[in-house]
Design a protein around this ligand. Structure first.
Ligand code: NAP
Length: 289
């Protein structure tokens, strides 16, 4: 292996310790950071994600409320519940676990979350803040990828970054974050005619597709940084990313593994956003006459 590993577990541990220390400091000033996680129905994958988020809060000094709702909850009732949470001063962050049942318009629900509590960063106000450089919350997964680049002191200025995938929650915000750090950014997607022609000139590749082996060794410039967001299963059922790790690690300069890469960073950034929301709320309350 020639590439150095960017260890998401180790970085997440370090950042979570810092978050726990800040949470404890805030608690001494009378505010316990609180996250409300709303789960509608009992999708098995969502159950696991939600459990992990709640546990991560508990382990790091944040208060969490798991708000379980039945699968047949109406859209109106879910919107009413979100409004209640918006008005609850003990709740600083609200996360509605996706996917929602098909009878509920997920975007409508996300837009009902108060932007100052939108710790997933999916509200249009958060997207607008990212686009314009304003104060909001960055989506957790791409934000975690940026922390991984920071952890290796990677200077993005003037570098060519290629993002594969253009979803609203990963690809597009990732591209904007890289751009804000002065990279020259290319976004590739399913209609890109020659993906390898772009990735071969990239100093940084972020793969966020959801398909195995989208990026292979012959598509990577020697020494490039490769960040693998994908979460897929091998034929044997083992978790794997979008990148052919065994091949690419022989060419890249830096690489993130799956599992143990971007995954643990995503929940860490959710904790960071919740803490940040609580700190902003406390500051506002302290400044109030
Ligand atoms: P998504 O909404 O399905 O978007 C996938 C993107 O990949 C789309 O923009 C699609 O292009 C593009 N694409 C599909 N096939 C392609 C191909 N052959 N070549 C180039 N681009 C292609 O997925 P997502 O929500 O962004 O998630 C992406 C992956 O990241 C998934 O595996 C997901 O599980 C994983 N994920 C991981 C974490 C984590 O914490 N580790 C968090 C979120 C997501 P079009 O737009 O043209 O369709």
């Amino acid at each position: 292996m020639t590439a150095q590993l960017i260890d998401g577990n180790a970085l997440a541990r370090k950042l979570r310790a810092e978050i726990a220390a800040r949470a404890s400091h805030l608690k001494e000033r009378g505010t316990v950071p609180g996250l409300a996680v709303v789960l509608v129905g009992n999708n098995p994958a969502s159950e696991v994600y939600v459990r992990n988020k709640v546990k991560a809060c508990e382990d790091n000094g944040l208060h969490s409320i798991l708000d379980r709702q039945p699968a047949d909850l109406s859209e109106a009732d879910l919107l009413a519940r979100v409004r209640q949470l918006n008005d609850d001063p003990a709740v600083h962050g609200i996360l509605v676990q996706l996917p929602l049942p098909p009878h509920i318009d997920a975007q409508k629900v996300i837009e009902a979350i108060a932007p100052e509590k939108d710790v997933d960063g999916f509200h249009v106000a958060s997207a607008g803040a990212l686009l314009t450089g304003g104060l909001g919350f960055w989506p957790c997964t791409p934000h975690g990828c940026m922390k991984m680049l920071e952890s290796i002191d990677y200077d993005l200025r003037g570098k060519h970054a290629v993002v594969i995938g253009r979803s609203n929650i990963v690809g597009k915000p990732m591209a904007l974050m890289l751009l804000a750090k002065n990279a020259t950014v290319t976004i590739c997607h399913s209609a890109t005619s020659d993906l390898a022609a772009f990735t071969r000139t990239a100093d940084v590749v972020v793969a966020a597709v959801g398909k195995r082996n989208v990026l292979t060794a012959d598509m990577v410039k020697p020494g490039a940084v490769v960040i693998d967001v994908g979460m897929n299963r091998t034929d044997e059922g083992k978790l794997c990313g979008d990148v052919d790790f065994d091949g690419v690690k022989e060419v890249a300069g830096w690489i993130t593994p799956v599992p143990g890469g971007v995954g643990p960073m995503t929940i860490t950034m959710l904790l960071a956003n919740t803490l940040e929301a609580a700190e902003r709320a406390a500051k506002q309350a302290e400044a109030a006459p």
